[in-house]
Write a new protein. Sequence first.
Length: 353
Amino acid sequence: MWILETPENIITNYLHDYLDEIYQETRKIKYPPQEALRILTTPTGESNWIKEKKELSKIAKVKNNGVQKKLLKRHAKKYEWLEYGLQGKILMLADFEESLEKIKYEDYEKKLERETAKLLREQREVEHLYNVGKTHEKIFKIVRDSLSVRLYSKDAQFFSYYAMENIFREVAKRAGVTLEQVRFLLPSDFKQALSKNNKLAKMTTGRQNYSLTIAHKGKTACWVGKEAKQIMKKIKIQKYQEEIASEEELRGQTAYGGSAKGRVKIINTMQEMAKMHAGNVLVSHMTNPSVVPAMKKAAAIVTDMGGITCHAAIVARELAVPCVIGTKVATQILRDGDLVEVDADKGIVRKIK
């Protein structure tokens, strides 16, 4: 499903157009197409995020402090990989202790049950109001199922990166480089990394600063520095020059409804998260699990890329944060510190002067 979404969001656009055509006939349906699409494509299954919160909620109810601490340590070890993503952050016991403090005053399981029941009611209502036929009912179900599968496959991928960290640390130790530098090695570099006369420090530093890597038919090529920037500049100009109709208003797809105002912070990597503060609007080319801590602070999320099955859409739904995806040019137009208004219900992002 997510392969079909690349690069032109085929499924997202098709389903939106299908709903929009029905909506335009009457304009009396209380759920506009953007909102209807969000409701009909939101899965009701449990992600690892939800499972972690449910288990933490149960631990919060344990009255015996000694037993609670023991359970929390076990819980922390089980889920320390949850925000690892591509580059890592292993969650510490202190992170779970902080979450425990926040969750202990609410019954998360009952809250989740209420939200799931509400979503199922809304899905039935939208299907009825839009008179969704059997064929499209099946398509929407396939999308929901594919989102659940994607979550599972991504978690498996990122758990494998987490599991590899000890090996990467050993390579870093033997090669005399940092763990961060090891993460910028290509598979073909590892033999050199373990040889006595390696020159990895200089090579990986260039890749860390700015690099472009392309893999095609089993071969990999990597450019760094000015050369990489020149290639990317050509790609961006060719891809986006026709998309910039206005620098004051951007349009995309609703991933999760709502509205918010805030200062823009461009966050594409884990290293950029330090500048993110609660209430900022997170703007990204395309989010990934490494930037989830920043997403948790966001008043709203805006991305260049992505359809209804993308990472930003999935996380925004779980965090209940207004989110507009697929603007194509948000990171080209917006800058850190810009004041913006996000109307996620309509898929609009406006600059405020």
